[in-house]
Design a protein around this ligand. Sequence first.
Ligand code: GTP
Ligand code: MG
Length: 196
Amino acid sequence: VQMIMVSGFLGSGKTTLIVQLAKVCVVGGLRVAILVNEVGEIGIDDGFMRRLGLNVRELLGGCICCTLATDLVETLRQLEKGYHPDIILLEPSGVADPTSVHRSLDLLKAKPMIRLRHIMLIDPLRLRMLMEVLTPLTIATMESANIVCINKTDAADEEELDYARETVRKVNPRTKVLEISAKNGIDVNVLGAFLA
Ligand SMILES: Nc1nc2c(ncn2[C@@H]2O[C@H](COP(=O)(O)OP(=O)(O)OP(=O)(O)O)[C@@H](O)[C@H]2O)c(=O)[nH]1
Ligand SMILES: [Mg+2]
């Protein structure tokens, strides 16, 4: 099964992008499952998601890159057996380390079940701050991402966008970079780029 992991710091727009991706998938006739890892109490607005006919599972009360890794794999197995999704959209908590998610999937021998693409979302309005206070995590995530997505292009100014572009180019010159405004919707080409 195809899995898209959308990582990014708190509030970078992960849920917004996942909902948009799910809509594009549903329109394209794909069966979608959404897996959300919330550390806090407030879960995803899954009433809205379920009305769209999406299969939403929450992994609560811990982080999938550490304590909930086995739950993640068990949930993947259940989904494979029961729902047969074409695509699984995974939102790790904003404080998760996506490279540990990779490692856990490997250790728990879940890698053969899935084709994983890792998309890192960047909020250009806050990247400078992140690079100052969470440097190693931000850099490691950028290095491991298949695609880096600069989000909130509707709200960022040129200086913020340039800083984001330049930072990604320095940290991971080989990665593909997309610029989006998840809030304003995405088209099918974005999904295509994620899967390419
Ligand atoms: N201006 C603008 N705001 C956005 C965009 N995408 C998301 N947001 C806003 O950013 C805030 C956070 O969005 P979420 O999708 O909840 O972000 P998240 O990464 O899932 O947040 P956590 O799960 O709390 O880490 C919300 O107020 C969104 O409306 C965008 O493209 N432009
Ligand atoms: Mg979220």
